[in-house]
Design a protein around this ligand. Structure first.
Ligand code: GLV
Ligand code: MN
Ligand code: MN
Length: 430
């Protein structure tokens, strides 16, 4: 069957611009944090667009939004697509949103072309892929995959001490957390469209990336407690300065990653809170948050062990009390081979060159891959910049990604039961 999706490039650009209006910071800096006013306004806007497209809407107790285009075989597992629309402080307007509005436009482009889905095609708009409010990334998709239990969800608190329970109820999400995890076999396949967030596609002038694996992310929280005091009167031999210990630890994090033996190891101490944070006071307490990733889990885990040992050594020598909490330690995800094949076939049908690549950023697909054969499609973004206000993806690149996504969804929707096999891993492309 020949499918010719009719993508409305101007419309998706207009909708991305409209979505960017819902932000806690003035454009071009986008800040959209879970269950804040801009997040709730963005939800209402997106749900309105889905309704306009005739999709059947459902939301779970965490605020994951499902918008379904029913197929002729509605009892078969559906084909899913989607991404997130939250944005870290001072981010750009394309991270996640291209996969949300792009997924919707892919569905609309198939509707316009007269395509009739067999398996239903469902847009999944995830709650909080970014860790900003509750300290853990992929909140919605983790829970959908059953990786985060309802009890752990209930324990989550934001920096102001407000529980997830409180804020989700306030936002109108009162459904049972026990009902969030998706049943086995809910999706036959899942495809996420996303900006690359790195420079490779642009540098190599390749219009699309097909993601074969997503790197394994982990994050640690380190609490340090020394002894505070007057910056003028506590003499240097008597100091137990928590920030000096933190400084050594931070440099250790960098060194362990640099010396891992692979360019694929990255480690970042991106958060440092100092108490009392005053120029004339010896820092008594510090909280650090450390992000460590690799495409190879064992190498990533070795760096984690090194960092923890480093914390022990520095703190013992400096007489600092410490605790290390592992916030998440996730395995890498490998793409499902039938979804990859559908993406490759769609690229060749569309006459678009592509590159097989790994994703060094994490995505909701990291968790969707645990419950469905999953793959991602990357489009270039200018200079690889992301998580910054100057993040940019060109309209032509977005439209091309949407076109190939639409072709892929159509193929997967028509796929027979046996052709969408349970995960058949494809090797990491290091
Ligand atoms: C997701 O935004 C990540 O930090 O990789
Ligand atoms: Mn992001
Ligand atoms: Mn993202």
């Amino acid at each position: 069957m020949i499918v010719r999706p009719l993508v409305d490039q101007e419309r998706i650009v207009r909708e991305l611009e409209a979505l960017a209006e819902f932000s806690d910071t003035p454009k071009p800096a986008i800040t959209r944090i879970l269950f804040t006013k801009p997040d709730l306004e963005a939800r209402a806007y997106l749900k309105g667009l889905c309704e306009e497209a005739g999709l059947h809407l459902r939301e779970d107790g965490l605020g994951n939004i499902f918008a379904r285009w029913e197929g002729s075989a509605p009892d078969l597992p559906a084909v899913g697509t989607g991404s997130h629309f939250d944005a870290i402080p001072y981010a750009g307007m394309y991270d996640g949103t291209v996969g949300v509005l792009g997924g919707l436009e892919a569905i609309r482009s198939l509707q316009r072309s007269g395509f009739k889905p067999r398996r239903s095609i469902e847009l999944l708009i995830f709650t909080a892929e970014e860790p900003t409010r509750f300290g853990i990334g992929c909140l919605g998709s983790r829970a959908l995959a059953g990786v985060l239990s309802p009890d752990s969800l209930r324990e989550l608190k934001d920096p102001e001490g407000r529980t997830l329970e409180e804020v989700r109820w306030e936002a109108g999400y009162m459904g049972r957390l026990e009902d969030v995890a998706l049943p086995e076999g809910y999706y036959s396949a899942f495809v996420e469209l996303h900006i690359e967030q790195g420079p490779v596609l642009e540098q190599e002038r390749v219009p699309l990336g097909i993601v074969t694996a997503i790197a394994a992310p982990a994050s640690l929280r380190v609490h340090l407690e020394g002894v505070g005091g007057h910056a003028g009167t506590v003499l240097m031999p008597d100091r137990r300065d928590a920030l000096c210990a933190a400084a050594e630890i931070i440099l250790g994090v960098e060194a362990f990653a640099k010396n891992s033996g692979s360019i694929n190891t990255v480690a970042t101490t991106g958060f440092c809170e100092v108490y009392p944070n005053a120029v004339n006071s010896v820092p008594s307490r510090v909280r650090l948050e450390i992000d460590i990733r690799d495409v190879e889990q064992s190498r990533r885990d070795q760096v984690i062990r090194n960092v923890i040992q480093g914390v022990e050594q520095v703190c013992t020598r400096r007489e600092i009390k410490y605790s290390v909490q592992i916030i998440n330690i996730d395995p890498p995800a490998k793409a499902g081979s039938d979804v990859l094949k559908a993406l490759v076939a769609s690229c060749s049908e569309a006459g678009v060159r592509f590159k097989l690549m790994v994703s060094r950023a994490y995505h909701d697909s990291l968790f969707m891959a645990r419950i469905a054969p999953t793959a991602m499609l990357f489009i270039p973004c200018r200079e690889g910049i992301s998580h910054r206000p100057d993040e940019y993806a060109a309209p032509d690149d977005i439209a091309r990604g949407v076109y190939v996504l639409a072709l892929t969804l159509a193929k997967l929707s028509l796929a027979e039961e046996k052709t969408v096999a349970k995960d058949d891993p494809v090797l990491l492309d290091e």
